[in-house]
Design a protein around this ligand. Structure first.
Ligand SMILES: *Cc1c(COP(=O)(O)O)cnc(C)c1O
Ligand code: SF4
Length: 276
């Protein structure tokens, strides 16, 4: 963050502001139906073959636009008996091919806890891939320690780490180093971003982000439209603007560096792509 700049795109992502208290129609506490998607304690299943495990009750930062900003993490995890019941459920669910450790942020767990979880899940015979959604390598690159890498390498299946960065300045030199270490450990690295007003709502910023990600061994995955969560209306970029930005982005980059523009919806069977 640039000292003294109240409009800094990194600062705006985490600074609580009074504008969050403004009522905005259509912005709710559970915009994507997470609570209805729970199939077992701490397990969300919305999409075929994939089960998302609410792994930790907190994150390293509180992104002000977070779609889970009202999610009852503590309840969800406490009621799961430290994931024992979730693991039992997953091992009885042969349709689950991929387990996604998600948020809160799985990397707030200790190396030992995370390593154990990774090992136990990857031992389930029908689980073919393990994915970790984390923002920690971006906001606290030192978290990618030797111990963490050792813990992750205990997995018996391929690992995918999906980071979350929105603005090119987030991919600072120390972040790049940490990402390259994960890459060198044989982990597939992807990034998801949220399209945010006054943060990254320009094709130039997003193109620069993709370029920097690539140099850190990461491919862009999704560019999400904002989930309409209560308190985040001031971040919204309209669908029309999103399409325009994405159209321009496609002219600036090779196809493999263009993230898919998607929206999460309550009832569809996949993240919905926004047609050009
Ligand atoms: C986003 C999401 C996934 C992952 O979707 P992909 O398209 O595979 O990245 C899985 N489960 C839930 C509940 C999700 O919200
Ligand atoms: S890191 Fe992800 S889950 Fe955590 S506050 Fe930010 S957007 Fe929400």
């Amino acid at each position: 963050m640039e000292a003294g700049n109240p409009r800094d795109p990194l600062l705006l992502q985490v600074l609580p502001r009074p504008v969050e208290l403004a009522e905005a129609p259509g912005f709710t506490c559970d915009p994507i139906g997470d609570r209805n998607a729970q199939t077992a304690p701490a397990v969300l299943e919305k999409y075929r073959g994939r089960a998302l495990l609410i792994t930790a009750p907190s994150c390293a930062v509180h992104c002000r636009y977070c779609f889970r900003r009202h999610f009852p993490y503590a309840e969800s995890i406490a009621s799961s008996g430290g994931h024992a019941r979730a693991l039992e459920y997953l091992s009885r669910s042969p349709e689950v091919r991929e387990v996604i450790l998600s948020g809160g942020d799985p990397l707030v767990l200790s190396d030992r806890k995370l390593g154990n979880l990774v090992r136990e899940i990857s031992r389930i015979p029908h689980v073919a891939r393990l994915r970790i959604h984390t923002r920690l390598p971006v906001v606290l690159p030192q978290r990618v320690s030797n111990e963490l890498l050792t813990g992750l390498q205990a997995a018996h299946v391929p690992l995918i780490v999906v980071i979350h960065a929105n603005h090119p300045r987030e991919i600072a030199p120390d972040v790049t180093q940490s990402l390259l270490r994960l890459r060198a450990a044989g982990i597939v690295l992807l990034n998801q971003s949220v399209l945010l007003r006054d943060v990254n709502d320009s094709a130039a910023a997003l193109a620069e982000l993709s370029e920097r990600l690539f140099h850190a061994g990461v491919l862009p995955y999704y560019l999400h439209l904002l989930d309409r969560v209560r308190g985040a209306a001031h971040f919204e970029v309209t669908e029309a603007q999103a399409r325009t930005i994405h159209r321009e982005l496609r002219t600036l980059l090779p196809g493999y560096l263009v993230p898919r523009l998607v929206r999460e919806s309550l009832h569809s069977e996949a993240k919905e792509p926004l047609a050009p």
